[in-house]
Structures are given as structure tokens and as C-alpha cells.
Design a protein around this ligand. Structure first.
Ligand SMILES: *[C@@H]1O[C@H](CO)[C@@H](O)[C@H](O)[C@H]1NC(C)=O
Ligand SMILES: *[C@@H]1O[C@H](CO)[C@@H](O)[C@H](O)[C@H]1NC(C)=O
Ligand SMILES: *[C@@H]1O[C@H](CO)[C@@H](O)[C@H](O)[C@H]1NC(C)=O
Ligand SMILES: *[C@@H]1O[C@H](CO)[C@@H](O)[C@H](O)[C@H]1NC(C)=O
Ligand SMILES: *[C@@H]1O[C@H](CO)[C@@H](O)[C@H](O)[C@H]1NC(C)=O
Ligand SMILES: *[C@@H]1O[C@H](CO)[C@@H](O)[C@H](O)[C@H]1NC(C)=O
Ligand SMILES: *[C@@H]1O[C@H](CO)[C@@H](O)[C@H](O)[C@H]1NC(C)=O
Ligand SMILES: *[C@@H]1O[C@H](CO)[C@@H](O)[C@H](O)[C@H]1NC(C)=O
Ligand SMILES: *[C@@H]1O[C@H](CO)[C@@H](O)[C@H](O)[C@H]1NC(C)=O
Length: 390
């Protein structure tokens, strides 16, 4: 009886084997012309020497593989991703470098970074929710600091710069540790949306992120940058600040007003100061207005920080929306009133007109003096000429 059953099973299996033409992911048929079609495990580590990158350890598993990172590198628990170099230095709090409210948050980040550095060869051991928990804390802290900056009478541009810089470096560590493809957190004053793509294959084509105030349109090519840098994951972040008052620079003129919420855009590519492809941001106006707004970004390269229009242009504007095209990433907003570049252009034109007027009046004065002197002393000559003509 048992033998008959065994035979039956073998026959059924053989029959199925003959019909199966493909193996599951991670398996292959070595001899496809053979009658017995056995799927065997692919050794991805041998097949593709670079699957885990140059400096990592590839471990073959049945039907899959696993990348283990050396000390100083991490793939943030994404087993199939290449390992990226870790740098925990930015999370070192130095007095005066960050806002006081960020001190404990940054030390948490630093600890998280060091744990990632330590968890190298032992594989992914981190608690799954680390990224999500840190993001919630970041948004909560940003909320509190926005209010602090607003209520603080002598708020300065350098404090806004510190807030924005801390947010940007924090996102770089947090985003790769998020578990979901799309993460969205909204609080009273901050809203953040993060798109994470984990894929061995290089993603391509357009990508957009939207919240109720702003829409970001870009491409995966911009998000990733150089193909060579692609390590199996990529992220795009759109973070909007609803509390605008705190994000005004203290050098701006009274007439300068933000006309939209400000938004930080951050991507996995870290070389974003001169993008080959423009990104587009569609801002909803806070109030419908016929004033032409200026697209600006927070510039902190020289000095404490100021809204600047360099590298951004408004490509479309109606009373309720404005589309800005920018060639770099940062924190962006719409500004009402004349912005610096326009201002300096107006000033240049003014100076030019003034100089022209001064030179003209000088020339006229000199000419008049010359003529009157000639009249006084040269009347006879003139008469002679007139006589000669006759
Ligand atoms: C990671 O740990 C190693 C050894 O413990 C250390 O040499 C290296 O500096 C650490 N890297 C970072 C980014 O902290
Ligand atoms: C990292 O590992 C070293 C020794 O392996 C240990 O002394 C240190 O406490 C660890 N650091 C963290 C943050 O886990
Ligand atoms: C963030 O703030 C919200 C609302 O105040 C609170 O419910 C939540 O527990 C906070 N999250 C963290 C991680 O502090
Ligand atoms: C802006 O703030 C900085 C630092 O507090 C201060 O030195 C500067 O004078 C302020 N500028 C204006 C125009 O208030
Ligand atoms: C996340 O994205 C990957 C590919 O990018 C996809 O395979 C997976 O199903 C997505 N997960 C969810 C929960 O949508
Ligand atoms: C958010 O705003 C609502 C309404 O103004 C208020 O009741 C609530 O306490 C606020 N939450 C926080 C965490 O500030
Ligand atoms: C942004 O807008 C410009 C001009 O409208 C367009 O040429 C470009 O393709 C857009 N970029 C993206 C990523 O949508
Ligand atoms: C940064 O990007 C620009 C434009 O794509 C490129 O020309 C430059 O070589 C890149 N720099 C680095 C350090 O990768
Ligand atoms: C302004 O432009 C936006 C985006 O193109 C469009 O959705 C909206 O309907 C326009 N509003 C008006 C009043 O034309």
C-alpha cells in the first residue's frame, strides 16, 4: 500500500515537474533539457560579485542572499542592500552648534548611528521601529522649536539655519531606517512625507510627493544622482513648516512676507548643489493674491542665513498657486515683495541713471562755460567767418 502511494506521489511530482518551466526567484534549472527539472539554489554571491558592493561580505542563503557590512558601514538592516559608509560625526553635539532643544534628540541619533556601526557582522538586529520612532521625535521637536523661535523676541537667522541644518542631517540617518515605502507624519506645525524605495534595480522616471501645502515633482535620476552611488535604496523627503513666522530671517525688510509654507526637500543623493535636472515645487498661496511672488531658498553659505532667489525661478503663477523650478535642494518658500536680486538690479539701474544725470549736467555746464567764454572773446572771429561765407 505504502509503496503504491509513494509511486503515485512520484508520478504526480514528475508530471508537475515537466510542466513547470520557471523556478521561483533565487532558484534556477541547471539542465533545462533534462527530463527531471530540478530547481536548485542560485549562489547570488558567486553569480554577481558586486551584488553587495565592493567592501561587503555576501552570504548565500537558500533562495536568497544577505549582505553583511564591515565596521564603519551599514545597510540599515536592508539585507539585500549594499553597505553605505557611516558617519556619526554630524550628530555630535557641540555647544552653540545646534538649538538647545535638539541636544537630547541628537544624542539619540548619535547612539543610533553607533549601534548601526556596531551591528555590522552580527546582521540586522535593530528594533524595526527605530526609524519611525526617531522620525516622530524629530517632528515633535521641530514643532516645539518652531514655536520657541516664534515667541523668542530676538530670534535670529542663525537659529533658523541651525534648525534647518539639524533637520537635514537627521533625515539622512532616519530615512533609510523607515520600514514602510511611504511614511507620513503630521502635527500642528510640521508635516513630513517620506518615500523609500528598496530595489536591486535602479528606479527611473518621475516621482512626486504631495502634502496639503506643497507638491514636489522630480525624477528618480535626481533622487539617486550618480548611478554608481546607488546602494539598493533611495529616499525622497518633503517636510513642510506650517509656522511661518519663525522662519523669517531677521535681516529682511518689513515688507518681506512668506506667501506659502516653507518646505525642506531632501533626497538620498547628497550632491545636490547643482542639479542637472530642475526640480519643481508647486506652492499653494496662503491667501489668494495677485502680487507676483518670488521663489526663494534658505541660503546659509555666507553668513547666518537669508532667503535668496539664486537658482530658483517661478515658471507659473496664478492667484492661488505658484510653480518654482530650482536647480539645487534646500528649504524653499514663496516670498512677497522685491527680493534681493531684484532689489540690487533696481539699485544698479538707479545708480546708472543718477550717474548719467550727473555726467550730463557736468557736460552741459562745461559746454555752457566754453560757449560763453568763446562768445566773450571770439565774437570777431565769428563775424570774420560769417563775412568769409558771404
Ligand atoms: C565604527 O566603529 C569602529 C570600531 O569600533 C571605529 O573605528 C569607527 O570609527 C566607527 N565608525 C563610526 C562612523 O563611528
Ligand atoms: C560598540 O562595540 C564596542 C565593543 O565592541 C562597545 O564597547 C561599545 O559600547 C559599543 N557601542 C555601542 C553604542 O553599542
Ligand atoms: C509626539 O507628540 C504627540 C502629540 O503631542 C504625542 O502624542 C507623541 O507621543 C509624541 N511622540 C514622541 C515620540 O514623543
Ligand atoms: C539678526 O540677528 C543677529 C544675531 O542675533 C544680530 O547680530 C543682527 O544684528 C540681527 N540683524 C537685524 C537686522 O536685526
Ligand atoms: C514597497 O515597494 C516594493 C518595491 O519597490 C514593493 O515590492 C512592495 O510591495 C512595496 N510594499 C508595500 C507595502 O507597498
Ligand atoms: C494642536 O492644536 C490643537 C488646536 O489648536 C490643540 O488643541 C492641541 O493641544 C495642539 N497639540 C499640540 C501637541 O500642541
Ligand atoms: C519642471 O518644470 C519644467 C518647466 O515647466 C519642465 O521642463 C521640467 O521637466 C519639470 N521637471 C520635472 C521633474 O517635472
Ligand atoms: C555633483 O554633481 C555635478 C552635476 O551633476 C557633477 O558635475 C559633479 O561632478 C558632482 N560632484 C561630485 C563630488 O560627485
Ligand atoms: C492656478 O493653477 C493651479 C495649478 O496649475 C490650478 O490647479 C488652479 O486651478 C489655478 N487657479 C486659478 C484660479 O486659475
Amino acid at each position: 500500500m505504502g509503496a503504491i502511494l509513494f509511486l503515485l506521489i512520484v508520478v504526480v511530482l514528475m508530471d508537475q515537474g515537466a510542466r513547470v518551466t520557471r523556478c521561483a526567484n533565487g532558484f534556477t534549472q541547471p539542465y533545462s533539457n533534462q527530463e527531471f527539472l530540478n530547481c536548485i539554489d542560485i549562489n547570488e554571491c558567486v553569480e554577481n560579485q558586486h551584488i553587495c558592493g565592493e567592501r561587503e561580505i555576501c552570504v548565500n542563503q537558500v533562495g536568497s542572499y544577505l549582505c553583511k557590512c564591515h565596521t564603519g558601514f551599514s545597510n540599515y538592516g536592508n539585507r539585500l542592500a549594499q553597505c553605505a559608509e557611516l558617519n556619526c560625526d554630524p550628530y555630535e553635539t557641540q555647544p552653540g552648534q545646534t538649538l538647545p532643544g535638539f541636544d537630547s534628540f541628537l544624542s539619540l541619533l548619535r547612539n543610533n548611528c553607533l549601534v548601526l556601526n556596531n551591528s555590522t557582522l552580527s546582521g540586522p538586529t535593530r528594533p524595526l521601529s527605530t526609524g519611525d520612532m526617531l522620525l516622530t521625535l524629530l517632528v515633535n521637536t521641530t514643532d516645539v522649536l518652531q514655536l520657541d523661535l516664534q515667541s523668542n523676541g530676538h530670534r535670529s537667522s542663525s537659529e533658523v539655519t541651525k534648525l534647518l541644518r539639524t533637520i537635514e542631517i537627521s533625515i539622512r540617518l532616519i530615512a533609510p531606517q523607515l520600514t514602510e515605502n511611504v511614511t507620513r507624519i503630521e502635527t500642528n506645525h510640521t508635516t513630513v512625507k517620506i518615500l523609500v524605495r528598496r530595489d536591486k534595480n535602479l528606479p527611473k522616471g518621475p516621482v512626486s510627493l504631495t502634502n496639503e501645502n506643497t507638491q514636489l515633482d522630480t525624477t528618480w535620476e535626481t533622487v539617486i544622482g550618480d548611478d554608481q552611488n546607488y546602494q539598493g535604496f533611495a529616499f525622497v523627503v518633503l517636510l513642510s513648516y506650517k509656522n511661518l513666522d519663525s522662519l523669517k530671517d531677521n535681516t529682511s525688510h518689513q515688507s518681506q512676507q512668506l506667501m506659502s509654507s516653507a518646505a525642506t526637500v531632501s533626497v538620498s543623493n547628497s550632491n545636490t548643489t547643482n542639479l542637472p535636472q530642475l526640480i519643481n515645487l508647486t506652492f499653494n498661496h496662503l491667501q489668494s493674491s495677485d502680487v507676483d511672488p518670488t521663489c526663494v531658498y534658505w541660503s546659509d553659505e555666507n553668513g547666518p542665513g537669508v532667503w535668496s532667489g539664486r537658482g530658483c525661478t517661478s515658471v507659473m503663477s496664478n492667484s492661488t498657486h505658484t510653480v518654482c523650478s530650482c536647480n539645487h535642494l534646500s528649504t524653499f518658500a514663496l516670498l512677497k515683495g522685491i527680493h534681493q536680486e531684484k532689489l540690487s538690479l533696481v539699485m544698479l539701474v538707479g545708480v546708472f541713471v543718477a550717474l548719467t544725470c550727473v555726467s550730463l549736467s557736468l557736460i552741459t555746464t562745461l559746454w555752457c562755460r566754453f560757449v560763453s567764454r568763446k562768445r566773450r572773446g571770439g565774437n570777431r572771429q565769428q563775424q570774420d567767418v560769417q563775412l568769409n561765407r558771404k
